[in-house]
Design a protein around this ligand. Structure first.
Ligand code: AMP
Ligand code: ZN
Ligand code: FE
Ligand code: FE
Length: 282
């Protein structure tokens, strides 16, 4: 069984539609794939419809933007009730704030790069969770940088003078809300120092106390030391261990199935959910 539990579509900052992500997952030889767009569930229906057509296992998920002490942190959440009011309100709030924040960043970038808001608008459709990758795509299309990677390295990294932050929920409250919505919270790439500050040990521990179910171990932004640290949490607290690609289509080098999750760990996710009937398992 090849199981990849972390991917993005055009409903957030991936470059393929939800249905296309499923097609790519089949082509990559996966048996089960989770779609985990940032702060948004709109991709679930088209993804599940396409996965069902060719008998690919589908797990609905999201990647929730969280922040603690001004550092961002990502929480994967599987099999949540997408109509849970408090959780939905939080996701809406983050998405709205992400738009304001993107406009603020474009304002800061304008003098030095000539970038305008319409340049960015050309790279997402209504409802999409807007992120720095969309600004990166716009910088590519006006010829300032070659790809998203260069845009992050030169302009968009956190700490850059062009960077602005957005509203994001406290991670302990996010864990509680995911559990309240019947879902299974899994801490995403906690020790990925490649892409920013790592999550503090005391934050992980307070999330465990709040009901954290799992931790992402195998992820390209975590080296062997980081993975060993994540594994030690899994051992200490009995957390589910996941591995995944964090696929963003052409937006990142990450390839589907480059890291995978054991079938036993995947089973535990299904067992911990209040209702796993929204997963499709051929
Ligand atoms: P944001 O959600 O606006 O804070 O932007 C973070 C997103 O940008 C993450 O989901 C990453 O996948 C993506 N990202 C971060 N660094 C890079 C990079 N160097 N190249 C492409 N995408 C990146
Ligand atoms: Zn992303
Ligand atoms: Fe992430
Ligand atoms: Fe991600």
């Amino acid at each position: 069984m090849r199981i990849d539990l972390h991917t993005h579509s055009t409903e957030s900052d991936g470059t393929e539609s939800p249905a296309q992500v499923m097609e790519s997952a089949r082509a990559a030889g996966l048996d089960v794939v989770a779609l985990t767009d940032h702060d948004r569930v709109a991709g679930w229906a088209p993804a599940r419809a396409r996965a069902t057509e060719f008998g690919l296992g589908f797990l609905p998920g999201i990647e929730i933007s969280c922040a603690i002490n001004h550092a961002s942190l990502h929480l994967l959440a599987y099999l949540i009730d997408p109509l849970h009011e408090e959780l939905t309100a939080e996701l809406d709030k983050a998405r709205t704030s992400r738009e304001t924040r993107a406009e603020a960043m474009v304002e800061r970038l304008r003098a030095d790069t000539g970038l305008t808001w319409p340049d960015v608008q050309a790279h997402f459709s209504a409802g999409t969770t807007i992120g720095r990758p969309h600004i990166a795509d716009a910088l590519v299309s006006i010829g300032v940088v070659r790809d998203r990677g260069e845009a992050f390295d030169r302009f968009l990294y956190s700490g850059s003078k062009y960077h602005a932050s957005h509203y994001a929920i406290d991670p302990v409250r996010a864990v509680e809300l995911v559990r309240a919505a019947g879902g299974v919270p899994v801490l995403a790439h906690p020790f990925a120092h490649v892409t920013g500050r790592v999550v503090a040990d005391r934050t992980v521990e307070s999330m465990v106390d709040a009901g954290l179910a799992g931790i992402e171990v195998d992820h390209r932004d975590q080296d062997e030391t980081a993975r060993a640290h994540a594994r030690s949490y899994a051992d200490r607290f009995g957390l589910i261990r996941t591995g995944s690609s964090d696929y963003h289509g052409a937006g990142k080098p990450n390839q589907l199935g480059e890291n995978v999750t054991d079938a036993k760990e995947f089973e535990r996710i299904l067992e911990e959910a209040a209702d796993s009937s929204s997963a499709y398992l051929p």
